[in-house]
Design a protein around this ligand. Structure first.
Ligand code: ITT
Ligand code: NA
Length: 183
C-alpha cells in the first residue's frame, strides 16, 4: 500500500519513508489544502487530510502533518500560527520576545492525520526544550532557537534530530498503528 504524504518538504517525505519501511511506500503529494483557523493542530490536520483525500487521493490514503511551536510563557504562542509567525515576525524576533521572560520553556508538537475511505485517524508527538539565542546552520524553521539537551536542533545532524523529534515520535506512533491496520 502507498501512503501519500501531503507536504512541500521532501525532507519530511524521506523521514516518513524511514519510519514506514517495510510497511508502506511513501510518495510526496503536493496539494494546497485549506488551513482552517483553529487552535487545535488535530482539527487543522484532520480537515486538511479529509480534503486532500477527497480532492486528489484517488482512493489511496493520505497523510497530513501539522506542527506548532508552543512557548509556555507566551500562552502557547505561536502554536498553530507557527508558519504565519515565521513568515511575518521571524525566528530571530520570536527569540527576542521570549528573551524578556524568565521561563523560556517550549514544546514542539506535531499531529499527523491519516485519511482513507474508512475515515481519519490522528497521531501526535512532542518534544520539550528551551528557547535560546539562534545557533546552528542545520534544520529549518525554528530549529536554531530550540535547544534540547544542550544543543539546538539546528546544531544536530538530520538523523540525530529525527531520532528525538516531535515528528519522529508522531511517525513512530503512526507506523505502529499502521502495521496492525494494514494486515
Ligand atoms: P508542509 O508543507 O509540510 O505542510 P509547513 O511548514 O507549512 O510544511 P508545518 O506544519 O510542518 O507546515 O510547520 C509549521 C511551522 O513550524 C513552520 O513555520 C515550520 O517551519 C515550523 N516547523 C515545523 N517543523 C519544524 C521542525 O522540526 N523544526 C523547526 N521548525 C519546524
Ligand atoms: Na503542514
Amino acid at each position: 500500500m502507498a501512503v501519500r504524504f501531503v507536504t512541500g518538504n521532501e525532507g519530511k517525505v524521506r523521514e516518513a519513508r524511514a519510519y514506514l519501511e517495510g510497511l508502506a511506500s511513501v510518495e510526496q503529494l503536493e496539494y494546497d489544502y485549506t488551513e482552517v483557523q483553529s487552535d487545535s493542530l488535530e482539527a487543522i490536520a484532520t480537515h486538511g487530510a479529509r480534503e486532500a483525500y477527497e480532492a486528489v487521493g484517488n482512493d489511496e490514503p493520505v497523510l497530513v502533518g501539522d506542527t506548532g511551536l508552543f512557548v509556555d510563557a507566551l500562552g502557547g504562542f505561536p502554536g498553530p500560527y507557527s508558519a504565519y509567525v515565521e513568515d511575518t515576525v521571524g525566528v530571530e524576533r520570536l527569540w527576542r520576545l521570549v528573551e524578556l521572560e524568565d521561563d523560556r520553556r517550549a514544546r514542539f508538537r506535531t499531529v499527523l492525520a491519516f485519511a482513507d475511505e474508512n475515515g481519519t485517524e490522528t497521531f501526535d508527538g512532542s518534544l520539550a526544550g528551551t528557547i535560546v539565542p539562534p545557533r546552528g546552520e542545520g534544520g529549518f524553521g525554528y530549529d536554531p532557537i530550540f535547544e534540547y539537551n544542550g544543543q539546538t536542533l539546528a546544531e544536530m545532524d538530520v538523523e540525530e534530530k529525527n531520532a528525538i523529534s516531535h515528528r519522529g515520535r508522531a511517525l513512530s506512533t503512526f507506523a505502529e498503528w499502521y502495521a496492525e491496520y494494514d494486515e
